[in-house]
Design a binder for this molecule. Structure first.
Ligand SMILES: [Zn+2]
Length: 659
């Protein structure tokens, strides 16, 4: 299972060495997904479906919807007007990023050729000075609605920076995957134009939709050119100083997209302490703030995102890990405003949340961020793609009536969307999943996620093979095997998930109805050891030698969850969780209905693995009010046609056992 490091990564190392100098970075470093091979019942099939089905499908949809043709038109290779929305370039870049990641997992000359072809067209679509925004280049006098009459004249709305931010990420990924510089050179030429145009003493501006901050941070990491990081910081610092006020007439179609709060421009970023506005923008901004803080050494940004985390995890997080309660504005609601059927919880916001949680962990080394990361990965993020790999959710509600259409979609999953940010985002997230499992700091190896497979890490100068055998999330036994090339002293920190410590979340937003008395167990080379918890980790320090094993036992009874009393939508209701998975009832398993289900506290639910169902899932079965009830993992809903679905079940008031 050992994997060679792709040539691109080696070239990157050489490239970095040329740029010289010691650079600041996150105090904890993730073990990259290229160093970890996943061989796992849960994620491996999803990553493979993404490679074999979703990426080819998304490439095809980018062609069929004119997204790629827009580049051909801008390049002068094709006649015609811009098709679609002003942000459509970004969908092409995101799928290219996902494709580049899959090339790192598995060589695919045909896919590499497809990318080379796209890159050639993108290069021709780029204007001589580096500007790249197809809809303006195709017809500068008539750009798509919202783009503004001139370059960068309507940055609050235009997505000019959002698009190229995604290009920077894709270009770095492609360079890492292939060692080819063509795409990276296009990205750097564009970034150099922005560096020359924007900044202190130059033009002042900030993007309405954040993302470029993450992209610029990646360009800085790839090249060592500090100007890219400084520009990312500049864009963050520009927020919260120029207010839109009431400029827009009520008949302005873009008014809803242009309020200060909507784009996190209501206060300087360092003063923000409540998550407001468009959820995807907020998540990307917080992740960008973490990058700028870590790479540039600015602890004040960390203090700001720590406060924002307290607010999100304490008051605005769905049980599925989703964020963004309000439809229409795609935005955070007020504290505890967490409606179920109208929950917006965009797939992109879930991915942004995962990116942010991982960065917070890399800054602080606390398991609570990985607890939230795991919750979102196993529930409200992966729900965004169907088991077939080619049907998607933009919204991920916690309740459905089986009749109402979702925004720009169908009653159930949709094959694509007019505003199709989410499917391409899935294509780039899934191949990177193995990169969330392990992390290293000095003499410490962190085991954050329980995913079977093997990898190689370097701890204090020693190469250590590490592997996991587990059927997680279906079973709670995890066997970790270590293989240092020579016996080595280091610290192993194994995350004990919040749910195994009787806390569904690291705040008081949710709690288990009853405590579970079965404690997690741990054994080293067969001998039980006491679990000493530190910041959510079991800490094991010793001289490790080849073949040492650690067996973690995480009891996985069926748990009932209740929400903070201030969450009106969940008052008098209960949800079900087993291991990291949140469960739901679908009509198809429950006699054609789910919204009429009430579940008494006394009803006992048993877990049962069903290999034939939904690619193999553990279902929960019980009886309440004389009805047989079957619950399935939330992420797997809506794979068998539309119908009612519910996560939070009313508890018959006369049958409460506890409060
Ligand atoms: Zn999206």
């Amino acid at each position: 299972m050992k994997k060679a490091i792709p040539g691109g990564v080696m070239m990157m190392a050489a490239f970095l060495a040329m740029s010289g100098g010691e650079k600041a970075d996150y105090p904890i470093q993730p073990v990259p997904f290229t160093a970890v091979a996943v061989d796992d019942v849960f994620w491996a099939p999803k990553i493979e479906t993404n490679r074999a089905v979703t990426i080819p499908f998304a490439l095809k949809m980018n062609e069929e919807t004119g997204r790629v043709n827009n580049f051909r038109k801008a390049a002068g290779l094709m006649k015609g007007a811009f098709e679609g929305r002003r942000f459509n370039d970004s969908d092409v870049f995101k799928v290219m990023e996902g494709a580049a990641y899959t090339l790192m997992l598995k060589p695919d000359p045909k896919l590499e050729e497809t990318l080379d072809g796209l890159i050639a067209v993108i290069g021709k679509a780029q204007e001589p000075d580096g500007y790249l925004f197809t809809n303006r280049t195709i017809d500068p006098k008539h750009p798509a609605p919202g783009s503004g009459p001139e370059r960068w004249s309507n940055l609050r709305v235009s997505h000019e920076f959002y698009n190229v931010g995604h290009m920077y990420e894709a270009a770095v990924a492609h360079f890492q995957a292939t060692g080819k510089r063509a795409f990276l050179d296009i990205a750097l030429k564009n970034a150099d134009l922005l560096v020359a145009t924007f900044g202190p003493g130059k033009r002042r501006a900030f993007p309405g939709h954040q993302e470029i901050e993450i992209g610029l941070s990646k360009l800085f990491r790839a090249t060592g050119n500090r100007a890219y990081l400084d520009l990312a910081k500049f864009f963050l610092d520009e927020r919260g100083h120029y207010f839109q006020g009431e400029r827009h007439a009520s008949d302005d179609p873009f008014a809803v997209y242009d309020s200060d709060e909507y784009m996190q421009n209501h206060k300087p970023v360092l003063e923000q302490d409540e998550a407001v506005g468009h959820a995807v923008r907020a998540m990307y901004m917080y992740a960008g703030m973490a990058d700028v803080a870590a790479l540039g050494g600015y602890p004040e940004y960390v203090r700001a995102i720590d406060r924002l985390w307290d607010n999100v995890a304490g008051k605005k997080l769905y049980l599925t890990g989703g964020v963004g309660a309000r439809s229409g504005s795609e935005a955070f609601g007020d504290a505890y405003e967490l409606p179920n059927q109208s929950a917006y919880t965009e797939t992109c916001a879930a991915i942004g949340n995962a990116l942010w949680q991982q960065r917070l962990f890399l800054l602080h080394g606390e398991a609570k961020y990985v607890d939230v990361l795991e919750r979102v990965m196993y529930n409200g993020l992966i729900s965004g793609v169907g088991l077939d790999g080619m049907s998607f959710f933009y919204q991920n509600p916690l309740e459905a009536d089986g009749k109402s259409k979702l925004y720009q979609g169908q009653v159930g999953r949709s094959p694509w969307f007019e505003v199709s940010c989410c499917p391409p985002n899935i294509t780039r997230f899934l191949p990177s999943v193995p990169g969330y499992i392990y992390a290293v700091k000095d003499e410490t190896l962190y085991v954050n996620l329980f995913i079977a497979g093997s990898g190689t890490v370097e701890i204090a100068g020693t190469k250590v093979a590490v592997s996991q055998q587990t059927k997680y999330p279906w079973e709670g036994t995890v066997k970790i095997t270590l293989g240092p090339e020579n016996p080595a002293d280091f610290v192993l920190r194994v995350r004990i998930p919040d749910w195994a410590r009787n806390e569904p979340v690291p705040t008081d937003l949710y709690r288990f109805l009853a405590a579970n008395d079965e404690k997690p167990s741990m054994a080293v080379n067969g001998a039980p050891v006491r679990i000493d918890l530190d910041r959510g980790y079991a800490v094991l320090r010793r001289t490790w030698k080849k073949g040492d094993t650690i067996v973690l036992g995480l009891p996985m009874p069926v748990r009932r969850v209740v929400a903070h009393p201030a969450v009106a939508a969940d008052t008098g209701r209960v949800a079900f969780q087993r291991g990291p998975l949140v469960y739901c009832a679908e009509a198809v398993d429950n006699g054609g209905r789910a919204l009429d289900l009430r579940i008494a506290d006394a009803a006992v639910f048993a877990a049962e693995f069903r290999p034939d169902l939904l690619n193999g899932v553990v279902v929960l079965r019980g009886v309440s009010g004389g009805r047989n009830i079957t619950l399935i993992p939330y992420y797997a809903w809506a794979n068998r046609g539309p119908g009612e679905m519910r996560v939070w079940f009313p508890r018959p008031a006369s049958e409460l056992l506890t409060t």
